[in-house]
Structures are given as structure tokens and as C-alpha cells.
Design a binder for this molecule. Structure first.
Ligand code: ATP
Length: 221
């Protein structure tokens, strides 16, 4: 489903080159729940951003379901992301002036679905993350765990092929973290949802099918 071939990513810091990824190749199959782990600065977020088409590699190729991403125009990449991928970030990235429901139906709105369908689908997914009673509240009226569950609902409402999550539990206590991981695990098992998650917590690995370890910009043995 995802094939990464010899991915390199170099950043320029003034005149200094930082080689965040030095040639990473990997395959992820449909339905896998993957954790990317490694020490701070090993390239986890940079790799997730390449796989999730949020950044462009300096060299190498990402192929998702037979689409070679390097052959897409910027406009086609935006469309590809909108139709195929979902994202969860550690700071939730909700729009503060919109209610939970409105935040969740944004991806569907951008795809041009009618209002009735937006509300129906967003309500269903908010029920699935046990937030039906909070859907008309603003993010500022919710706990961190509730906000993260809204962001998971938003990431999944358009039924993306792949869900990318960058340290989704970084700002949550252990109870809220467990709820998030159990949600991921349920979507993964019930819907064959492919999930790629960056984490640095050992106990999170109990929930995943496979661990990919990075070290200094390369796959660790
Ligand atoms: P952490 O666990 O601390 O979040 P990480 O494993 O996710 O770290 P990355 O954020 O991918 O690591 O960073 C890998 C390397 O690339 C680091 O040396 C970092 O400083 C560098 N880097 C990442 N993004 C940029 C950028 N936009 N500009 C310059 N250097 C960057």
C-alpha cells in the first residue's frame, strides 16, 4: 500500500546541511498499524511527513496504491491528500472558532458533499469516538483528550486509506492516551484502517502490529 524507496531529506540551516533522512526504504501493507520510534532527532517526524505527503523528499520515491507521488503536481498532491489521507497531530490542530461537529465535517465540506450528508457522517463518527454529547461545543470547552478525539474523528470522517498520527498522545495523560490508542486499535481491527503513528512511549507499542525504528536518519537493524 505504501512503498518508500531510498528516501533522503536534507534541510539547509544557513550554510549547514542537516541530513534528516539518509536513505530509508520500507513497505507498509494495507491494514497494518505501524509505530515509528527512535531517539529524538532520528528523523521520525520527517519520515512521517514524507509518507503522508506533507513534505517532499530531496530524493527517493513514495508510492501509495500505485500512485507515484513524485509524479504529481502540487495541485494533484492536495487532491490526493484530501481524498486518501487523514492526519492527527499532537496539538490537535482544531479550528478554535468552530464546534466539534463543524471541525469534523470540514474534510467532507472541502470534498463538496451536501450539508445534510456532512452532518450525518460527522455525527456518526463523533458517536464512534464517544463524543456525541460534546459535538456542539467549541474546542476551548473540551479537555485535551476530547479535543484529540475530535481530531481523530475529523481525520477519519472521509474514510481515508491511511491515517498518520504524529505523537498523538504527547499532550495527554495516561487515561486519555489509552482511549486514543484503543480508538486507533478498534478502527484498525474493525475497518482494516492502515495507521502510521510516531511515538516515543514504550507502552504504546503494545497496541501496534509492527515497529519501525529509526536511528540517525536510517532504519535501525
Ligand atoms: P523528536 O523525537 O525530537 O520529535 P524526530 O525523530 O521526529 O525528533 P525530526 O523532527 O524528524 O526528528 O528531525 C530530524 C533532524 O532533522 C533533526 O536534526 C532536526 O533538527 C532536523 N530538522 C527537521 N526539520 C527541520 C527543518 N525544517 N529545518 C532544519 N532542520 C530540520
Amino acid at each position: 500500500m505504501i512503498e518508500a524507496k531510498d528516501i533522503k531529506r536534507t534541510f539547509l540551516m544557513g550554510k549547514v546541511e542537516v541530513q534528516a533522512l539518509k536513505g530509508v526504504s520500507l513497505n507498509i501493507e494495507k491494514g497494518e498499524f505501524i509505530a515509528i520510534v527512535g531517539p529524538s532527532g532520528s528523523g521520525k517526524t520527517t519520515m512521517l511527513n514524507q509518507l503522508g505527503i506533507l513534505d517532499t523528499p530531496t530524493s527517493g520515491e513514495i508510492i501509495i496504491d500505485s500512485t507515484n507521488i513524485s509524479e504529481l503536481t502540487d495541485r494533484e498532491k492536495i487532491r490526493f491528500r484530501l481524498n486518501n489521507l487523514g492526519y492527527v497531530f499532537q496539538d490537535y490542530a482544531l479550528i478554535p472558532t468552530l464546534t466539534g461537529l463543524e471541525n469534523v465535517y470540514l474534510p467532507l465540506m472541502m470534498q463538496g458533499h451536501p450539508q445534510k450528508e456532512l452532518e450525518e457522517k460527522a455525527t456518526n463518527i463523533l458517536e464512534a469516538v464517544s463524543l456525541a454529547d460534546r459535538m456542539h461545543h467549541l474546542p476551548s470547552e473540551m479537555s485535551g483528550g476530547q479535543q484529540q478525539r475530535v481530531s481523530i474523528a475529523r481525520a477519519l470522517v472521509h474514510e481515508p486509506k491511511i491515517l498518520f498520527a504524529d505523537e498523538p498522545c504527547a499532550n495527554l495523560d495516561s487515561t486519555a492516551s489509552r482511549q486514543v490508542l484503543e480508538l486507533f486499535s478498534n478502527f484498525n481491527k474493525k475497518n482494516q484502517q492502515t495507521i502510521v503513528m510516531v511515538t516515543h512511549e514504550e507502552w504504546h507499542l503494545d497496541y501496534v502490529d509492527r515497529v519501525i525504528t529509526l536511528k540517525d536518519g536510517l532504519l535501525a537493524d
